[in-house]
Design a protein around this ligand. Structure first.
Ligand SMILES: O=C(O)CCC(=O)C(=O)O
Length: 283
C-alpha cells in the first residue's frame, strides 16, 4: 500500500529527509515503551544488587525512572540495542505502517538492519548528544547504497529536550571526511553549516523522521529534566552487504518481500540469527 504521496517522495529525493506526522498510534508506542521499561527495571535491579542504589524507583514515570536509577552512576552508552532485543522490537520493525513508508522510499524488498537503537537521552548528557554526522561515516565500510533511517520519538520532542536537526540536501554532498570528539562521536572536519540551512525538527511521539544515510543530522542537548526516549530503525534492500553489522553480531532480518514472501523472517528466525552470531538473546 502506498503510504506517502508522490510529492513527499520527491521531497525526500531532493532534501534527503521527510517528517511524516501521526504515523504510529498509542498502542504501538506503548508496546515499545514496555520493552524499554523491562530494561530500565533490569538496570534498577542490577544497581540495587551491586549496592549502588537502595530502592528501585518503581513508582517513577517512564520519562524519569532511569534518571533516578542511574543518579550519577550511568555507564557511557550511545543507546540500547541488544538490551531491548524483544518481540516488541520485532513487531515494530514489521509494523505495516512502517514497512509501507520504507517500501515507498527503499522499494519492495526490505531488510530490517540490525542496528536499531533505543536512545536513552538523559538530561544534560553529552554521549547521547550527537554532533553533525552522516550515518555512512560510522559504518566503516563503503555504503554506496541507500540505507533509510526511521527515527521515532517515544515522547514529544523539541529544542528543549533535544530534538533532531537536519541539513537539507546534504545527502548529495557525498561522504565527507570526519574527526572524532572526546566522546568518540564523529565531527565534520569542515564548516558544513555554512553550506546549508539548519532545519530544527520538533516532533510528536509517533511521528516519523525518515532520512538517508548521507544526510547530515544531529541531536541537541536534552535540557529538560526528563528522558528524551526515541528509537531509530534502519532498512535497506534485501541482500545489500552489511558486514560491519554482522561482525558485531547485529544481525537483522528480511522484513518484507513482494518477490518472495516466503523469505520473510519470523521472530523465531531473528532470535536464531542472533544466537548464531554469538549474541545472547533474551527469551
Ligand atoms: O537520537 C539521537 O539523538 C541521535 C540519533 C542519530 O543521530 C541517528 O539515529 O543517526
Amino acid at each position: 500500500m502506498q503510504s506517502i504521496a508522490q510529492a513527499q517522495r520527491q521531497d525526500y529525493d531532493r532534501t534527503g529527509y521527510l517528517v511524516i506526522p501521526g504515523m504510529l498510534g498509542e498502542s504501538t508506542l506503548a508496546s515499545v515503551r514496555r520493552s524499554i521499561a523491562r530494561q530500565v527495571d533490569r538496570e534498577a535491579c542490577r544497581l540495587r544488587e551491586e549496592g549502588v542504589i537502595a530502592e528501585l524507583f518503581e513508582d517513577m514515570p517512564f520519562t524519569r525512572r532511569l534518571v533516578e536509577v542511574y543518579g550519577t552512576n550511568k555507564r557511557k552508552s550511545i543507546g540500547w540495542n541488544q538490551e531491548v532485543f524483544s518481540r516488541e522490537i520485532y513487531d515494530l520493525g514489521t509494523n505495516e505502517t512502517i514497512l509501507d513508508v520504507a517500501e515507498d522510499l527503499v522499494g519492495p524488498e526490505l531488510q530490517f538492519n540490525g542496528d536499531y537503537w533505543v536512545r536513552t537521552k538523559l538530561p544534560g548528557e553529552s554521549v547521547t548528544t550527537f554532533p553533525w554526522h552522516q550515518d555512512s561515516g560510522y559504518y566503516g565500510d563503503p555504503t554506496d547504497f541507500h540505507i533509510l533511517s526511521l527515527w521515532i520519538p517515544l515522547v514529544d520532542v523539541d529544542e528543549h529536550n533535544g530534538c533532531m536537526q537536519v541539513l537539507p540536501g546534504s545527502h548529495k554532498w557525498g561522504l565527507r571526511p570526519v574527526d572524532s570528539d572526546s566522546e568518540g562521536h564523529h565531527i565534520p572536519t569542515e564548516d558544513i553549516e555554512s553550506r546549508g540551512e539548519i532545519v530544527t525538527l520538533p516532533m510528536k511521539a509517533g511521528d516519523i523522521f525518515a532520512f538517508h544515510n548521507l544526510t547530515y543530522h544531529r541531536s541537541l542537548m536534552n535540557r529538560s529534566d526528563g528522558i528524551r526516549w526515541s528509537i531509530d530503525l534502519r532498512y535497506s534492500v534485501i541482500g545489500r552487504p552489511l558486514e560491519w553489522l554482522f561482525k558485531a553480531g547485529l544481525n537483522g532480518f528480511n522484513a518484507r518481500s513482494r518477490r518472495d514472501p516466503d523469505s520473510v523472517n519470523s521472530w523465531e528466525d531473528w532470535k536464531r540469527l542472533r544466537r548464531a552470531a554469538g549474541v545472547i538473546v533474551e527469551d
